[in-house]
Design a protein around this ligand. Structure first.
Ligand code: SAH
Ligand code: F3S
Length: 445
């Protein structure tokens, strides 16, 4: 049976920046086929769920969301349903078996094929496109990228991950590392700048592990080359792996003012014993030393990190070590998560006692409380300072807008007589500080 081509699509995106970018790539290919985007799933005749599997009951959550869309499909049999992202990669054929009215499944390494997958579905068969083709076979049709709605041009430089952190499912859902050639990356950055973007963010699970596939130039060289491109006002990159951060990379942060004074550097735990169980490949001494060198190279740099609490075997003492590290480093922000066991990872098989949920909950609360105080203190020191901010949205209050400082802090401001254009830069003086945001007013440039 052939099906009618869809006219409007809706994409729901969960998870990290890579998923966000994958959703943009899915959208642009559909638009290229004449299917238009909508913000309202009720209006769509093609719905894609771009799922994330990194934490907690991911599969269950994805199936329950798909279940809600399937209810819509009961009343509108022409509605097409696609399951994408990391949970889709994990589930593959099983998803089609479980959901008789699911139309197709696309893994993260196959987003470049959504057009063909849709065509195959329309001519009859349900489709599963998962697995990991070589980078050379992957489709990155740059001109097609649909980037509206964000003011940050995201550019993947390395896909997948070769590390083996014992808690992490990413290597199995996004596959082994695949580096994109330097020339492709530079071309994509130039393309985005021509398109009007002011800020570029380089993406990878271990972004600083990038190497040019033919010349073996490393991430320090790439940073230098990208930062020198005319018209690039802000350069960010995420996520850096502590052990792979070389002194050359540290030096680039000091050399180029357009590299943002902000770095996300996941540490995961303050205890060497736990870091070993996590298979992270560094100790706190290395991490502390790196932070010191970063702060020397780029005084005032804002740092953020990821922490997992309640990892198997974590004792009160280990957790205290994490609190100590947090107090010592004074991060501008942290992302903290309760450990959750992921299928196929090594951590659940470690011969160590698991941490009770209640204990992990209390640890997480203590960590948040400590960090909240630190963040407020740091933010208070910024009152009176003026920042060039990238305006990203309208504020909740009339007469206000919101943007990000170069150090990635959220700043809500009164725009005065005339609003700033979204996506432009404007100067704002900070007047008030909160733990998670700043408030200020626009000033003359
Ligand atoms: N390289 C990527 C890792 C992606 S996962 C990055 O650093 O962004 C993002 C974060 O989720 C990790 O840093 C970790 O803190 C957290 N995380 C990953 N697996 C987890 C798990 N099983 N339980 C709890 N948190 C986890
Ligand atoms: Fe996951 Fe560790 Fe890679 S956290 S994405 S296995 S660096």
């Amino acid at each position: 049976m052939t099906l009618a081509p869809p006219r409007r699509f809706f994409v729901e995106t969960w998870g990290c920046q890579m998923n966000e970018l994958d959703s943009q790539r899915l959208s642009s290919q559909l638009m290229q086929q004449g299917v238009l985007p909508t913000r309202d799933p009720q209006e769509a005749d093609l719905i894609l769920l771009n799922s994330c599997s990194v934490r907690e009951k991911a599969a269950q959550k994805a199936y329950s969301r798909l279940g809600e869309y399937r209810v819509m499909k009961r009343h509108r049999p022409e509605l097409l349903l696609g399951f994408c992202g990391c949970v889709a990669q994990q589930e593959g054929d099983r998803a089609l078996e479980r959901l008789p009215d699911l139309d197709f499944v696309i893994g993260p390494a196959r987003v470049g094929e959504v057009g063909q997958v849709l065509q195959r579905r329309l001519s009859g068969r349900r489709v599963v496109a998962t697995g990991f083709p070589d980078a050379a076979e992957r489709n990155y049709d740059l001109d097609l990228l649909s980037r509206e709605g964000t003011y940050k041009g995201m550019v993947t430089i390395i896909e997948g991950c070769n590390k083996k952190c014992t808690f992490c499912i990413v290597p199995s859902t996004r596959g082994p590392e695949q580096n994109r050639p330097m020339e492709h990356i530079l071309a994509e950055v130039r393309h985005l700048l021509d398109f009007g973007f002011r800020e570029i963010e380089l993406l990878g699970q271990t972004v600083n592990h990038w190497r040019d596939p033919s010349t073996a130039a490393d991430f320090a060289v790439l940073l230098d080359r990208v930062a020198r491109i005319d018209g690039l006002e802000r350069l960010r990159f995420v996520t850096s792996y502590p052990r792979d951060f070389t002194q050359d990379m540290v030096d680039q942060l000091g050399r180029h003012a357009n590299i943002c004074p902000y770095l996300h550097l996941p540490v995961q735990s303050g205890s060497d014993r736990i870091l070993r169980l996590m298979g992270r490949g560094y100790d706190i001494e290395l991490y502390r030393d790196l932070i010191g060198r970063l702060r020397t190279s780029r005084p005032g740099i804002a740092l953020s990190t990821d922490i997992i609490v309640g990892f198997p075997g974590e004792t009160d003492e280990d957790f205290e070590a994490t609190l100590e590290l947090i107090s010592e480093v004074r991060f501008a922000s942290i992302f903290a998560f309760k450990y959750s066991s992921r299928p196929g990872t090594a951590a659940p098989r470690l011969k160590v006692p698991i941490v009770e949920m209640g204990v992990a909950d209390r640890r997480l609360q203590r960590l948040f409380a400590l960090q909240k105080g630190i963040q407020l203190e740091i933010n208070q020191t910024l009152v009176g300072e003026t920042f060039d901010i990238l305006v990203t949205s309208w504020g909740k209050q009339p007469g206000s807008q919101t943007g990000r400082t170069p150090c990635h802090r959220l700043l809500h401001f009164d725009f005065g007589e005339q609003a700033a254009e979204l996506g432009s830069m404007t100067r704002v003086v900070v007047e008030k500080a909160f733990p998670h945001s700043l408030v200020g007013s626009r000033v003359a440039a």
